[in-house]
Design a protein around this ligand. Structure first.
Ligand code: ADP
Ligand code: MG
Length: 256
């Protein structure tokens, strides 16, 4: 084998940013994640869909270790998920997470929400953290709200702040768990547009959503889950026009 082909193999290996192998998770008697194998490439946008209770949120939560797994392995950029301590804090910072409920710190300003972890986890100095926060807030279109408190913002604005807060850690991958489900309809698009732009900018993203328009236009791949399993996965066009499994057909017939 030539040196060139070895180098190419290395390049392929590091292209796999998030790798789950045979991941199993129970909640008591409930087998909530069943033999999950999933590989997300750097820069890939994966939309996860499926019925309520199928394990989508649990999947997200295991990827940044808000939940432990019973068996199997999860690696982020080639490194296994650490058990605890400073390593875990660093890993969590590599995995940005945006939830349905925006989870901003209510008693901190928007700017403070976006600087806090930079200073505490990334050890950034205050001025640098603020400059970066302002740039990110501008990028998601809420720069003018920097000195307000979360409650003074609309839901759509709060969710965009939550995205800026996650981006401030320079995450390698962003997880979104139904980021628009709690929003009034007129605010959904402003959040989806920010996510679309992130995807275009090359961010690696795992997005749990019921927004099929987003899935069609932004996803490289759709992963369909049911009953704790990945039932099928395909590029959006193929998945939506020609789902293979009965579960996916049934699901799509209810939501489309
Ligand atoms: P989804 O996000 O697809 O709706 P979840 O991952 O939230 O699904 O939940 C999958 C299943 O696991 C559901 O039956 C849910 O009730 C259950 N579940 C989720 N979290 C817990 C928990 N902390 N303890 C016990 N059961 C849970
Ligand atoms: Mg969920």
């Amino acid at each position: 084998m030539t040196e060139v082909s070895v180098a190419e193999e290395d390049a392929v290996a590091t292209d796999e940013l998030v790798v789950l192998k045979s991941v199993n998770k129970h909640f008591g008697a409930l087998h909530v994640l069943q033999d999950i194998d999933l590989t997300i490439a750097r820069g890939e946008v994966v939309v996860v869909i499926g019925p309520s209770g199928s394990g989508k949120s649990t999947l997200c939560r295991t990827i940044n270790r808000l939940e432990t797994v019973d068996s199997g392995t999860i690696t982020i950029d080639g490194r296994p998920l650490p058990q605890e301590g400073r390593e875990l804090a660093r890993l969590r910072a590599d995995v940005g997470m945006v939830f349905q409920s925006f989870n901003l710190f209510a008693h901190k300003t928007v700017l403070e929400n976006v600087t806090l972890a930079q200073i505490k986890v990334r050890r950034a100095n205050k001025q640098q953290a603020q400059e970066k926060a302002r740039a990110l807030l501008d990028r998601v279109g809420v720069g003018a709200q920097a000195d307000k408190y979360p409650a003074q913002l609309s839901g759509g604005q709060q969710q965009r702040v939550a995205i800026a807060r996650a981006l401030a850690m320079d995450p390698k991958v962003m997880l979104f768990d139904e980021p628009t489900s709690a929003l009034d309809p007129e605010m959904i698009n402003e959040v989806l547009e920010v996510m679309q732009q992130l995807a275009r900018d090359g961010m690696t993203m795992i997005v749990v959503t019921h927004e099929m328009g987003f899935a069609r236009s932004a996803a490289d791949r759709v992963v369909f889950m049911a009953d704790g399993r990945i039932v099928e996965q395909a590029v959006p066009e193929q998945f939506f026009s020609n789902p293979r499994s009965d579960r996916a057909k049934d699901f799509l017939s209810k939501i489309l």
